[in-house]
Design a protein around this ligand. Sequence first.
Ligand code: IPE
Ligand code: IPE
Ligand code: MG
Length: 249
Amino acid sequence: MTVHSTSGAGSTEALPRPLPRHVAIIMDGNGRWATARGLPRLHGHRAGTDNVREVLKASVEFGIEYLTIYAFSTENWTRPADEVNGLFQIMAEVIRDETAELHRNGVCVRHIGRSEGLPADLVRAIHEATTLTKDNRRIILNVAFNYGGRAELVDAVRRIIRDGIPAEAVTEELISRYLYTGGQPDPDLIIRTAGEMRLSNFLIWQAAYAEYYSTSTYWPDFGRDELRRALEAYANRQRKFGGILSGSC
Ligand code: IPE
Ligand code: IPE
Ligand code: MG
């Protein structure tokens, strides 16, 4: 990945404003992308992984501060073993191949999700990437892998109890801090590719006031231009957070 500019100067067109600080993507449709081409599903996952590089590059260029990508859910374990193992292998390879370049480009890689149950070599690769890049701040890339929003809440509650936090001290702010994303702003924009209109257990707490953008494009084909269209759609939304717009009667 070569990253050019954080100012959006790579494009002649002005960027839509306001920009979301945190964009989260449900990268769906790899299987359908492959099937439509008469290819095995794992080819779709490889193409999808290649596309992460493009979208990350565009996100840096557009000036997005946090990018969260949903790569493997706690429910994806129900898929055939060949697909699950293939996904783990692709993930381990990609992390090993890309970590140095990500680090050079100032990307801070974080893993959100459970490590338990993942193969040891994958856990090691994730640990090496997150440790090496932990102080980078050009963009924070949260990789949701073996991630489930409900599992995240269970893990948060367990840690709260283990830390001996009294019931009266449990607030929304405290719960947010105990999530895998603790300390980060909630996602402003959630993009889902491949047409489904559901969260599939993604960031269920953090997404409370996110704006949604759904496109029928399969993830491997979701490029820079479509990301820009999603940002344009976001810029045209009126976020009210339960209030009313100033100037309304
Ligand atoms: C998303 O693509 C990637 C993962 C869930 C791992 P899918 O594999 O869900 O693709 P479709 O939905 O079957 O097309
Ligand atoms: C959501 O996609 C999970 C990821 C993108 C990693 P799925 O394809 O697993 O979701 P469902 O099964 O259509 O809800
Ligand atoms: Mg899917």
